[in-house]
Design a protein around this ligand. Structure first.
Ligand code: GAR
Length: 218
């Protein structure tokens, strides 16, 4: 079973979606560490409720913050990383250390609306369809190879809040599916950036994965 760390900056609902899936036996990788760049991120309590160790790494100096994160990740033997609402940009050395092993979830259909306030950008632009994307992290902002995407219609009366809430529900599914595909070694980057998914291999992996009975924490 692959081990992974989750980097967060805020509420941690994507983190919670993964931890609830794990509790149901529906996540085929072990979350071993949650790192937040904010000491008051509500997601820290989510991790603690599920018994996952947490660390706070403040980003006052980017280089030393990334170095500290790498130390923590190595100490926990993390095989890969999920950025779940992590609002800092990671740079060269860090990305190289986990090349094609960092997954990010973004609340838009990339390459549209990268960066911050993606839902606001979609509304302002007048898009009729937006959604969410999981992708591997590269040196750009939300530019890495796309893993999965899900479309969400923009409704006439949508506000940033209502649209964000519908997108978030889709993010929760996508992030779990993406972690599982990665954990099963079913994602291959073809050429520069097309990600191939080996669906047959995934079916075999899932069938062989021991069902882990766990109680869902309340
Ligand atoms: C999510 O919508 C996620 O896609 C977004 O922040 C939110 C975090 O929610 N991430 C980005 O915008 C990154 N560019 P969560 O803390 O409840 O998972």
């Amino acid at each position: 079973m692959k081990r992974f760390a989750v980097l967060i900056s805020g509420r941690g609902s994507n983190l919670e979606a993964m931890l609830l899936a794990r509790a149901r036996g529906g996540l085929f990788a072990d979350p071993v560490l949650v790192i937040s760049n904010k000491s008051d991120a509500p997601g820290l309590a989510v991790a603690q409720r599920h018994g996952i160790p947490t660390e706070i790494v403040l980003w006052s100096d980017r280089e030393s913050a990334e170095q500290r994160c790498l130390e923590l990740l190595h100490r926990q033997s993390a095989d890969f990383i999920v950025l779940a609402g992590f609002m800092k940009v990671l740079t060269g050395g860090f990305i190289d250390a986990y090349c094609h092993r960092i997954l990010n979830i973004h609340p838009a259909l990339l390459p549209s609306f990268p960066g911050v306030h993606a839902q606001r950008q979609a509304l302002k632009y007048g898009a009729r369809v937006t959604g969410c994307t999981t992708h591997f992290v590269d040196a750009g902002i939300d530019t890495g190879p796309i893993i999965l995407q899900k479309a969400v219609p923009v409704l006439p009366d949508d506000t940033e809040e209502t649209l964000s809430a519908r997108i978030l529900a889709c993010e929760h599914e996508l992030v779990v599916e993406s972690v599982n595909l990665f954990a099963a070694d079913c994602l291959m980057i073809d050429g520069d950036r097309r990600v191939r998914i080996d669906g047959e291999k995934f079916k075999r992996f899932r069938a062989e994965c021991p069902a882990r009975e766990r109680t869902v924490p309340t």
